[in-house]
Ligand binder design. Structure first.
Ligand SMILES: [Zn+2]
Length: 434
């Protein structure tokens, strides 16, 4: 009720009538809050180039299906879609196409309110282009890609069609697994697990969204079987315990948050994912109501100078297929709020330092930091990684897959502008990373 009282207080200063109007509007919105969820299989056919690790790795079978999963939420006035895709990381050109089609098909969903996040499995298709047969060939299968875009639109529309009146609950806490480590900066982790759930008026769960940060890389570079990696175990555990759809929102995994890899087997991956699912279910026992207010969303496009010559070469070769603007890569970040749950999106694999800083910007204790969302521009590292004076384990590799030194500071600057201050105002805020 905290937000309600704050809002009431502010509005009251403007006069009694506006209090009444606002209160009535809130009631109307709460009654009209709906959610729907759906999933669709997006497993590529055998013979598809797989992403992550080395080039020219063709799939030869399947451990488990890959999914695109969507939840669509309406507040009675506007809608918002949150989508997760089991793949290495959908990039902005594909996401812009999907957003445009969705906003045409569902008029009260603005293109910018279609949030698309990737789980980052390294046993899925090359949706970026970097893992082709050789250095100069693009690894994307364009017929699979157009099919994938069509399926993502379809799953959003299906979720929207299934919308029913809902209530919501949310929980968040620190969860430390002994199988998650930051290999370049031991101890630097954002270990917050956040879970938000939408439940219909009969108490049936429609969708559960879990946010946590760790690379899905239990399966290694020798594996040629398609899989969502540890999320395979997560999905199984969640669906055994709860009805509805189970979305996993990947967090800040850059710089370099990895799981225990052991024998790199699917059994180990499923075991770890199952632990993740069990924690999420356990956390829901402490969930609190997530009251409904109008959905709020703010986004900003921004440009990052492409300092990395490898990225420039890849773009020149057409292996990385995206436009540049005066030598800069254009991407975006989004802040949105559903009830008392706040979300920010990062367009790549951010260092946990940026996730922790994002939480400092948000006022809600129920914050979600979505990595690899609205884009996948590679690693977003702390500026020290580009200094010759400091050396981090794996730092050299991470630098080769990062746009450059300015990516992190630019992102933080943008988030400082789009995340509203506690008073709801637009004051630009500065936070430092630890
Ligand atoms: Zn990665």
């Amino acid at each position: 009720m905290k937000l309600f009282l704050e809002k009431l207080e502010i509005t009251y200063l403007k006069g009694f009538i506006s209090v009444v109007v606002w209160a009535l509007a809130t009631v109307a919105i709460a009654e009209n809050y709906t959610a729907g969820a759906a999933s669709i299989v997006v497993t590529p056919p055998a013979g598809t180039l797989l992403a992550g690790y080395g080039r020219d790795r063709l799939s030869s079978g399947m451990h488990d299906e890959l999914f695109a999963k969507a939840v669509v939420i309406h507040d009675g006035l506007q809608g918002l879609a949150i989508v997760t895709v089991d793949c290495i990381g959908l990039t902005r050109p594909d996401i812009l196409m999907i957003q445009k089609t969705v906003s045409r098909l569902i008029p009260d969903i603005d293109a910018n309110a279609v949030i698309i996040s990737s789980t980052h499995t390294h046993a899925g298709p090359d949706v970026v282009g970097l893992w082709g047969k050789n250095l100069w060939s693009n690894g994307r299968d364009e017929s699979y890609m157009s099919n994938l875009r069509r399926k993502i639109v379809e799953v959003i529309v299906t979720a929207d069609d299934k919308s029913v009146a809902v209530t919501s609950q949310v929980a968040a806490t620190n969860v430390i697994f002994n199988w998650v480590e930051n290999r370049s900066e031991p101890g630097l982790l954002d270990s917050v697990m956040s879970v938000v759930q939408f439940v219909d008026m009969n108490g049936i769960v429609i969708a559960t969204l879990t946010n946590y940060a760790c690379h899905p890389t239990v399966l290694g570079g020798d594996n040629t079987f398609v899989s969502a990696d540890y999320l395979s175990g997560f999905y199984r555990t969640m669906s055994t315990a709860l009805p509805g759809e189970h979305l996993f929102l990947q967090g800040a995994i850059g710089g370099w948050v990895q799981p225990l890899q052991g024998d790199r087997s699917i059994e180990l991956a499923r075991n770890l994912g199952s632990q993740l699912g069990e924690k999420s279910i356990q956390l829901l026992k402490d969930a609190v109501p997530n009251p409904f207010y109008p959905i709020r969303l703010r986004h900003q496009e921004f440009d990052i100078d492409v300092e990395n010559w490898r990225f420039r070469l890849m773009m020149w070769l057409g292996v990385l297929n995206r436009e540049t603007y005066d030598g800069a890569m254009r991407t975006e970040s989004v802040w949105f709020q559903i009830g008392k749950t706040e979300f920010v999106t990062h367009p790549g694999e951010t260092s946990p330092a940026y996730s922790i800083a994002s939480r400092k910007l948000m006022t809600s204790e129920y914050g979600f930091v979505l990595g690899l969302s609205q884009d996948a521009i590679g690693y977003i590292l702390k500026p020290e990684y580009f200094s010759d004076e400091v050396s981090f384990p794996h730092g050299e590799y991470l630098r080769t897959v990062s746009v450059g030194r300015n990516a992190g500071p630019t992102l933080l600057d943008v988030l400082g502008k789009i995340v509203p201050s506690k008073s709801g105002g637009d004051v630009s805020k500065k936070v430092e990373i630890d």
